[in-house]
Design a protein around this ligand. Structure first.
Ligand SMILES: C[S@@+](CC[C@H](N)C(=O)[O-])C[C@H]1O[C@@H](n2cnc3c(N)ncnc32)[C@H](O)[C@@H]1O
Length: 272
């Protein structure tokens, strides 16, 4: 038996790490995509569950503010047809290059446009799965974007929405000694420190769920993304990446840990 085969049998990877359930899940979930990290693992688990419950075949996917295609390209590689609507021509150019390099240019459509004007870009009620990740905190007004997202979904279609969490930002500022900014973030109605803040708003789970509910969606699941990753010393996060991803997955659905995550992931559905 070769050394590699022997290691595999004993559950030891080439880097000397034990091959955990997580490693196998990573391979099953995203064999040709980027490695799962605390930033992506929980979201991919939720998306994978949705893809698995659908009958085999190509889904119509919309990624609003999809940027350079971190989710769009792996979804296209998995056989789905993805439209990315983004305000930035530079992001869309990078997306097109990435899709071409991955051999899925024919399944990825890049459209420049605004998230609150989807009706002119995407046929209403035509989308099986709509992503809107890290967008609602930067747009002028999140309500029309949430409504446009809901309007694009076919009845029974699902939305994957990722938003910035307020509690993590408060903790982060406080731990860095910026107590004034922490107080401002905690008390500002939008969860922003003002015009110099990079984000216009931050959310707690209830507020984000209320936004999607008002848009006509039924929220089915809420997870925290990066509960601990931003709080740990780099030596811990970098030194035990697989264990950290596993711990993130363990904590993601469980308040109070869920609620201090850097981002909140909401999985919602347009009623059938
Ligand atoms: C922080 S990036 C997130 C990119 C990607 N969704 C991700 O999670 O990696 C925000 C993206 O939203 C896009 N964006 C900002 N405002 C937008 C709007 N009103 N309509 C559509 N896209 C918008 C930006 O161009 C950018 O690509």
């Amino acid at each position: 038996m070769t050394e590699t085969a022997g290691r595999r049998r004993r559950g030891i990877s080439a880097r000397g790490l034990r091959v955990t359930t997580l490693d196998r899940v990573e391979h099953i979930l995203n064999p040709s995509g980027p490695p799962l990290t605390p930033r992506t693992a929980v979201v991919w688990s939720v998306l994978r569950a949705e893809l698995d419950r659908r009958p085999a075949g190509e889904l119509t996917v919309l990624d609003v503010g999809g940027g350079t295609g971190g989710f769009a390209v792996p979804l296209a590689r998995a056989g789905h047809r993805v439209t990315v609507v983004d305000a930035s021509p530079d992001a869309l150019a990078a997306l097109s290059r990435r899709a071409a390099e991955a051999g899925v240019a024919g399944r990825v459509r890049a459209l420049q446009g605004d998230g609150d004007a989807l009706a002119g870009l995407v046929e209403p009620a035509s989308v099986d799965l709509a992503l809107c990740h890290a967008v609602l905190e930067v747009v002028d007004d999140p309500s029309p974007v949430a409504s446009a997202l809901a309007g694009a979904l076919r009845p029974g279609g699902a939305a994957s929405v990722l938003v910035a969490g307020r509690a993590a930002a408060v903790l982060g500022r406080a731990m860095n000694g910026h107590l004034d900014l922490a107080a401002a973030l905690a008390t500002d109605p939008a969860g922003s420190t003002g015009p110099r803040d990079t984000l216009r708003r931050r959310f707690d789970a209830e507020g984000a769920a209320a936004l999607l509910t008002a848009a006509g969606l039924t929220v089915e699941e809420i997870h925290g993304v990066r509960v601990l990753a931003g709080l740990l010393p780099a030596a811990v996060a970098d030194g035990q990446p697989a264990a950290l991803v596993e711990l993130e997955r363990t904590l993601a659905a469980r308040p109070p840990w869920r609620d201090i995550a850097a981002q909140l992931h909401l999985f919602a559905r347009r009623p059938a």
